[in-house]
Design a protein around this ligand. Structure first.
Ligand code: ZN
Length: 340
């Protein structure tokens, strides 16, 4: 919890009870014009933690933008205890080009944190964001989607060996948590390293607003707010079942062994049984089809959306479930089937 209730960044401050929408310069274009990111800071009257909500570190990952904007501009935050730092579009050059990476030498903004004011263009941008809007926070949520052409279930990626990160990951209340430390330069990894527990929320596909996933993520944020006392919310949610997928769990990206056009037989979130056909690789003549079957029983956390593959391209992300969780999922999915 911050000791000083005033939120300060280089160039301004936001007092308790105040809200600011600003466009903050992080770089300059070839024409010398500023590249500015939208930032909304809401500082509640009452004391509490300072939380960042960030999205579009990858410029084409849109679902999180809507999550962050709805919290900042549609939620009733008049009783907020604490402060919110909302960064709906961090990678502005990528967002304008509707691509994942910064268009400048295709650099990954989400491998450039905590940044460096004296280094590459990407690291300078990352430093402006990190120093001003991440470092002053107590914890944070960074929203992503699957890479273009694929989709995934709403899930949390978190380093569960860190107790504070684990608390945050569980508070979000998703069915699936993937336990990974994360690579150098990733926002959640670097923020966590300096004592700001941070998790990544993965949801759906790039280039879309997916209403169901957005609503689900908003419920997750409300649950986090309850856990940390930011506001009167309905309570910390229990998603019905939860699986934490660690290094010891069986999980795999199943890859295509042939080039072709993919006929996918399941959606993200489906349970598939060992030996069951997940998809079929077809050629232009629809002869010589190749079935791809599940090597073990598991949950399809991610699947291909754009149905074309080279040999070696990922088809789906399959993860094993513990027996008791598998039974619950089995029941849930057969109930869904009954109700149509
Ligand atoms: Zn991403």
């Amino acid at each position: 919890m911050s000791t000083d209730a005033t939120f300060t960044y280089n160039g301004g401050k936001v007092e308790p009870g105040e809200r600011q929408n600003l466009r903050y310069g992080i770089s300059e274009t070839y024409l010398g014009d500023p590249i500015r990111i939208p930032v909304t800071i809401i500082n509640g009257e009452a004391d509490g933690p300072t939380v960042f909500l960030s999205a579009a570190a990858h410029g084409d990952e849109l679902n999180g933008i809507e999550v962050v904007r709805e919290i900042a501009h549609e939620w009733d935050l008049s009783d907020l205890a604490g402060a919110l730092v909302c960064l709906p579009v961090m990678n502005v050059p990528g967002f304008l080009a509707q691509q994942r990476y910064l268009p400048i030498y295709d650099r990954d903004l989400n491998r450039s944190f905590p940044g460096d004011e004296e280094s590459t263009s990407a690291k300078r941008m990352a430093a402006r964001i990190f120093d001003n809007f991440i470092a002053p926070c107590d914890f944070g949520l960074d929203f992503h989607t699957s890479t273009r052409g694929r989709t995934n279930m709403l899930h949390v990626r978190a380093d569960m060996s860190d107790d504070e990160v684990a608390r945050l990951a569980k508070a979000f209340g998703s069915n699936v948590i993937i336990d990974t430390e994360g690579s150098d330069g990733i926002l959640r990894t670097e923020a966590t390293r300096i004592g700001i527990p941070t998790v990544t929320i993965e949801m759906g596909e790039a280039h879309r607003f997916q209403r169901g996933l957005i609503d689900d993520a908003l419920a997750g944020v409300a649950s986090v707010f309850t856990e940390y006392g930011l506001g009167p919310e309905p309570g910390v949610r229990w998603p019905g079942w939860r699986t934490v997928i660690g290094d010891d769990s069986e999980k795999t990206w199943i890859r295509a062994d042939a080039g072709g056009i993919v006929d996918m037989h399941h959606e993200r979130g489906s349970l598939v049984h060992e030996g069951e056909r997940i998809c079929t690789l077809t050629n232009p003549f629809k002869d010589d089809n190749v079935s791809v079957t599940a090597p073990f029983t598991g949950l399809l956390v991610g699947v291909l959306e754009n149905p074309v593959v080279y040999p070696g391209n990922p088809l789906c992300h399959l993860v094993e479930l513990e027996d008791d969780v598998q039974q619950v999922v089995e029941r849930e999915q057969s109930d869904h089937g009954d109700s149509g």
